[in-house]
Design a protein around this ligand. Structure first.
Ligand code: FAD
Ligand code: THG
Length: 808
């Protein structure tokens, strides 16, 4: 068992010590610069509201585990968790509709919850003015955490198993030896360690900088105030219980509430973002009891107070008696930051974690450190999920500030930030703008979603009207673009598709070991393959093109793939991300060959240039690599070249396609076409929580090819309990967007992952995780923001099961 030092005795560090020692770690030391256990960090004054339901399945799982665990904690002073339930009220029609969506997430992720009328809300929380609200969402298992007690109770369990906690011990530096962590240097001398975990809360970014690690988090002040006595509360709560009413969110006004005996605590996000400059903080408040508390700024609270008294009129007879601006971490995407430093083995982080998710994050981190693989998919929280640009100080500051502003906003799944756009553009960007592209953002890239230039193509199509929500950030033009792809030919910007060059004498053996399929084939081969973790969960799906005996081009999904490959890379392999300097156009559709062949001296016929083969050649004067691969399921190629030739390549192809009716088409069409064809999108349809057989990807696993990462786990794997299936909606006008709960015979049995309207079938098609027993033809219903849609489990792929469209 490794010798482990945890930096920070807040809710994360204490919980981690408990989880580590529970898994048999015997040598665990937790150090904190402050006293125990009110250390002066964020945990010391967190009001401890735990609302479990979150759009993210992972974050919800973290919260659910935290609740389950906190309910079992003992502390001599009383409860660590008071399960008063949670109530979120809607003051606007938009929020009321959104609570239906939230209710769907709760169902899908297994949190008990119910939508209530305004009267029912008022009955549950008598301070609420029922005339101000339209209804609410009640979750009986939510509640209040007593964060310091929960921290101490978990620390005591760890101490009983041998862990040590050292107060007033500041970590000043990290000791390294031969690229590994060797210990920490503290105010009291060096403590040796094989593993160091940074759980230093909002101090974490500064600590990590010492070991050349960027933690994209911003310490931000957030206002919390307590009123004086509220008449209707007097005598309701015992001092011991503190609260009996559900914790309350009024998100339309960026507020939350809890009881403190006969007083009310109000948390407000209804103020300007107040990023904290750590250098001023340390100088000003070091040595004070609570470095994480800043003086209250009254002016910022004025709108919060007026909105609070509107919702809870009884507050008006009181006033704010105690208040402060408390500090905790915000990140660009709102997720926590977890993982191990790639260049300094043994240095781990568990950062930007709310009390709500703390035990779940701690458990996953302990599993990751000790067993190698967390049970829950942690990709959304992965330390290496960030693109280079997203680690720049300017990006981190702006997007984290935006995350603060939007923390309680209703966020549409296709709503992208407006600031810091245009950071990454393909060489075709100017052409896209000329064609009236509407852009989505992904990984810093501007990605055309559809083109206004194609508006005229919708005329002959019967495209159902959408409801207001699903019509946002969507256009019927996308349906026409998908249709033209199936009928004629379309050009797609594939530049943002992450690409690596893997080269060197060991490249083939390396990729063979890292992935599930046989990639050690002839030069010119392209292989669809999976990367698994040690537990057999799917980490990514890739295409591997062998461009030379020792040179491969890998099509990947995210910076996490680079990280995973780089960690395992032997010295005789060079790994290079070539996405930035190159570009790619997907030319797909029945007329693709007619359009491209005249530009090329090489024979592009079906037998000369076969499906899943690659060719280095020229189109006109331009050097290109062509791959006969199609994520949309049509005849055609991905055509790669370096960025400098990009503009010329676009023009050459677009001109060549003129007589064939070529169009530029966008992401929305792309997505619906790949769903028709049965192709999965990693991170949405499947994650590390799924093995290949469950995700319907067994065909990409070659158990007979020799050892690979995850193979041993697959051999031991039980038969699938759940499987990813295609479902087709009965009503042509029905639309879903993803993450909706799925019901069979009245019970929630799964959830939707992704969906798209299929112009070919004239219905929405979706993927859903369903029990393994679900049969083709079975009826299941999907709850879309309170509306039940009937669907039918379909055989896969829904379109072209005989591959006639691709292999021709
Ligand atoms: P901390 O509690 O800050 O612990 C980090 C520890 O690291 C500190 O004790 C610090 O002293 C120590 N440390 C730092 N640097 C060093 C060093 N160099 N050497 C040694 N020790 C070091 N979350 C919720 O879930 N629900 C809520 O209702 C809620 N309300 C909040 C209200 C306010 C006003 C605030 C400020 C936060 C709120 N939060 C809430 C957020 C929550 O409090 C934090 O996210 C959480 O407590 C962070 O826990 P932590 O263990 O990561 O950090
Ligand atoms: N193009 C390239 N690389 C990629 C993607 C891509 N890497 C990441 C991601 N997208 C991978 N996803 C897929 C999913 C399916 C297919 C290709 C990439 C695909 N599947 C065939 C099938 O399932 O029938 C594979 C057939 C076979 O194995 O022969 O084409 O879009 N470059």
């Amino acid at each position: 068992m490794p010798k482990i030092v945890v930096i920070g005795a807040g809710i994360v560090g204490t919980s981690l010590a408990d989880e580590l020692t529970a898994r048999g770690a015997t040598d665990v030391t937790v150090v904190d610069r402050g006293p125990l256990f009110a250390t002066g960090g964020s945990t010391s004054h967190a009001p401890g509201l735990v609302f479990q339901t979150n759009p993210s399945k992972t974050m919800t799982a973290f919260a659910r585990y935290t609740v389950e665990k906190f309910c079992t904690l003992d502390h001599p002073d009383g409860w660590a968790f008071n399960q008063v339930g949670g109530l979120e009220v809607a003051a606007t029609p938009e929020r009321w509709a959104d609570l239906h969506r939230k209710s769907g997430w709760a169902q899908a992720w297994g949190i008990e919850g119910r939508l209530l009328s305004a009267d029912e809300c008022a009955a549950l929380h008598p301070l609420v003015d029922r005339d101000r609200i339209l209804g609410g969402f009640h979750t009986p298992t939510d509640g209040l955490a007593k964060a310091v007690r929960a921290a101490e109770a978990q620390a005591r369990r760890a101490i009983a198993r041998g862990a040590a906690f050292l107060p007033h011990t500041e970590v000043l530096g990290v000791v390294e030896k031969a690229g590994r962590v060797a210990g920490v240097r503290t105010s009291d001398g060096v403590i040796d360690a094989d593993v160091v975990v940074c759980a230093a809360g909002f101090w974490g970014a500064e600590l990590a900088r010492q070991v050349d690690l960027v933690l994209p988090l911003v310490p931000m002040a957030h206002q919390y105030a307590r009123t004086g006595q509220i008449a209707p509360l007097v005598g309701r709560n015992t001092e011991r219980a503190e609260a009996g009413l559900p914790i309350l969110r009024h998100q339309d006004a960026d507020l939350y509430f809890r009881e403190h005996g006969d007083r009310i605590g109000i948390g407000s996000y209804c103020h300007r973002p107040m990023p904290v400059d750590m250098s001023t903080l340390m100088a000003d408040t070091a040595g004070e009891a609570m470095p994480s508390m800043l003086p209250f700024t009254d002016d910022d609270f004025a709108p919060a107070w007026s909105a609070a008294t509107e919702l809870l009129p009884a507050l008006a007879d009181s006033k704010v008696e105690e208040a402060f601006n408390g500090i905790f971490s915000f990140t660009p995407d709102g997720f926590s930051i977890m993982g191990e430093h790639r260049d300094l083995a043994g240095f781990w982080v568990a950062e930007a974690v709310w009390v709500t998710h703390s035990a779940g994050v701690a458990k996953a981190t302990a599993e990751w450190i000790l067993d190698g693989t967390p049970a829950v998919d942690v990709s959304e929280c992965d330390l290496y999920r960030f693109e280079d640009v997203a680690r720049s100080p300017a990006f981190v500051m702006q997007t984290s500030s935006q995350a603060f502003v939007e923390v309680y906003d209703v966020i549409h799944p296709y709503q992208f930030r407006s600031a810091l756009r245009g950071l990454r553009t393909s060489p075709f960007h100017a052409r896209h703008r000329e064609l009236g592209a509407h852009f989505y953002e992904g990984g810093g890239w501007e990605r055309p979603a559809w083109f206004e230039a194609n508006a005229g193509l919708t005329a002959d199509l019967d495209i159902p009207e959408r409801d207001e929500w699903s019509a946002r950030h969507w256009s019927p033009i996308s349906v026409a673009e998908a249709h033209v792809t199936r009928e004629r030919v379309a050009m797609y910007d594939m530049t943002p598709l992450t690409r690596y060059e893997v080269a060197g004498p060991g490249a083939a053996a390396f990729l063979q070991r890292m992935t599930t399929n046989n990639i050690d084939k002839s030069v010119g081969s392209v292989t669809y393959t999976l990367m698994l973790d040690e537990a057999g969960g799917i980490r990514s799906d890739l295409t591997v093109a062998r461009l030379g005996p020792t040179t491969f081009q890998v099509g990947a999904n995210s910076p996490r793939d680079f990280d995973w490959l780089d960690r395992h890379r032997p010295d005789d392999v060079v790994l290079r991300d070539i996405t930035g300097g190159t570009c790619c156009i997907g030319v797909w559709g029945p007329l693709a060959r007619d359009m491209v062949q005249p530009l090329c001296k090489d024979d592009l016929s079906h037998n000369a240039f076969r499906y899943f083969r690659a060719l280095r050649t020229y189109l006109g004067a331009l050097p290109v690599t062509m791959m006969r691969v199609s994520y949309v399921g049509e005849l055609g190629w991905e055509i790669y070249t370096s960025a400098d030739y990009g503009g010329a390549l676009w023009d050459l192809l677009f001109e060549a396609g003129r007589d064939h009716g070529v169009i530029a088409a966008g992401r929305v069409a792309f997505n619906s076409l790949r769903i028709e064809k049965g192709y999965r999108s990693w991170g949405t349809d499947m994650t590390t929580e799924h093995r290949p057989a469950e995700a319907g990807l067994d065909f990409a696993v070659r158990m007979d090819k020799g050892d690979f990462v995850g193979r041993a786990a697959l051999e031991q794997a039980p038969p699938p309990q759940k499987t990813l299936r295609s479902i087709v909606f009965d009503d042509p006008a029905a639309v879903v967007l993803g993450k909706e709960p799925v019901y069979a015979a009245g019970d929630c049995v799964g959830y939707v992952t992704s969906a798209g309207y299929s112009p070919t079938v004239g219905r929405t098609i979706a993927y859903a995780w369903l029990p393994a027993g679900a049969d083709t033809g079975d009826p299941v219903t999907v709850d879309y923001r309170g509306t039940r849609h009937r669907t039918t489990v379909h055989a896969e792929p829904v379109l072209d099961p005989d591959m006639l469209r691709i292999r021709r």
